[in-house]
Design a protein around this ligand. Structure first.
Ligand SMILES: Nc1ncnc2c1ncn2[C@@H]1O[C@H](COP(=O)(O)OP(=O)(O)OP(=O)(O)O)[C@@H](O)[C@H]1O
Length: 373
């Protein structure tokens, strides 16, 4: 008998519970349901963005997790341990949760070092070492004795981040943490912040209404609408497989080509689309982003040949063309139905209004949904 056959197999380590788990959270204000059965979890070291329009319930979710508001139903666990349901409640200061808000909320009468040390306990030397480590990490060592009013917005943001991370929270909650910053600084600060969050291994729940921010920061996006999570997943998946027309429109400009199902097909100016599973007469929205329209020239009334990838070309007339910096945006009025479609083209492409051109849509980049009114 070989050794391999007799050696005991070590028991598999039990799976680590998520850092944060939210189960079936519901919140009702004045008889109105503002959070409706919201569930999600965040593993250590991952950033989850709650993304959605104003009033959809993002901040309410954050406040309940922080412990400053209470749910009407649902449970919250940190590292597998219950921190609150509708009867039991660990107070906010004992949840090992850090907070960072839009206005940074630095204490104006405390120095940078005192701000960062604010939530720290333990021996003085240890506290000082942690403050120095974090300030070095956010490149603010030379401001250790400055006061917040002497710092720029970006520097204040970095102090706030250092302060929130100083006590090594299990979870960091961030509510629109970049919205107070100059637009030109934001991407750089987002990247620096993300690098530090990853180094610290904190689980992060970040609230934002900006899709660009969520795409840049998130491992997981929770797309919210009217108190519900309508879609969840990695940024790539949400962008490339939106759950519905509104989800597609949240991430970028879209074109909508309308049609009506007839025998499992939906005829459009760009040829027939396969739309099985919808009864005859169902109104269909074919959604396509402006960068996935192709443009070709008109040759005495003729356009390019149809292809499998791009379907049938349809003719339109240029209404307007604008240079946008990295790309040009061209608006066409389609001959077949008078609808306007927008196409983006890299670099400078500014055809004159009234020019007839042919459009094709990349079939593999179309999303087909039943019409939303
Ligand atoms: N304390 C409260 N009392 C009554 N209604 C509230 C309260 N807090 C929030 N609401 C309502 O709950 C809904 C969700 O609010 P919430 O602040 O969570 O939205 P949000 O998605 O964070 O929006 P924003 O991006 O504008 O901050 C809104 O309709 C809001 O008016």
């Amino acid at each position: 008998m070989s050794l391999a056959e007799t050696a005991p197999v070590p028991p598999a380590a039990p799976p680590e519970p998520p850092r944060l788990e939210v189960q079936n959270l519901t919140r009702i204000f004045d008889g109105q349901v503002v959070l409706d059965d919201v569930s999600f979890s965040i593993p250590a070291g991952q950033v989850t963005c709650l993304l959605g329009p104003s009033g959809c319930g993002k901040s309410t979710t954050l406040r309940i997790v922080a412990g400053v508001d209470m749910q009407d139903a649902g449970k919250i666990f940190v590292d597998g341990a219950l921190v609150c349901d509708t009867v039991f409640r660990v107070p906010p200061e004992r949840r090992a949760i850090g907070l960072m808000f839009q206005d940074f909320a630095l204490f104006p009468h405390l120095s940078v070092a005192e701000n960062v040390a604010f939530g720290l306990t333990g021996p003085r030397a240890e506290k000082r070492a942690r403050v120095e480590e974090l300030l070095a990490r956010v490149r603010l060592s030379r401001h250790i004795d400055s006061y917040p009013h002497a710092l720029s917005g970006g520097e204040q943001q970095r102090v706030a981040l250092a302060r929130a991370l100083a006590p090594r929270p299990r979870i960091l909650l961030m509510d629109e943490p970049f919205s107070g910053l100059d637009e030109r600084l934001r991407d750089g600060i987002r990247d620096e912040t993300l690098a530090l969050l990853k180094e610290e291994g904190t689980a992060v729940l970040l609230v934002t209404h900006e899709p660009h921010e969520a795409m840049r920061m998130a491992d997981q996006i929770l797309l919210m609408r009217a108190g519900k999570i309508v879609q969840r997943g990695a940024p790539y998946n949400l962008y490339n497989a939106p759950a519905d027309r509104a989800a597609a429109a949240f991430f970028s400009d879209i074109n909508v080509i309308k049609g009506r199902v007839k025998g499992a097909l939906t005829p459009t100016p760009f040829g027939d689309f396969l739309t099985p599973g919808h009864p005859d007469g169902t109104e269909i929205d074919i959604v396509i982003r402006p960068q996935h329209l192709k443009i070709d020239f008109d040759r005495a009334g003729r356009g390019p040949n149809p292809t499998v990838q791009d379907g049938t070309p349809a003719r339109g007339v240029v209404e307007r063309a604008r240079f946008m910096g990295r790309e040009s945006l061209v608006e066409f009025r389609m001959e077949a139905n008078g609808e306007v479609l927008r196409a983006t083209v890299p670099n400078v492409f500014l055809p004159k209004p009234g020019t007839p051109m042919w459009l094709m849509i990349r079939r593999d980049r179309c999303f087909v949904f039943p019409s939303q009114r």
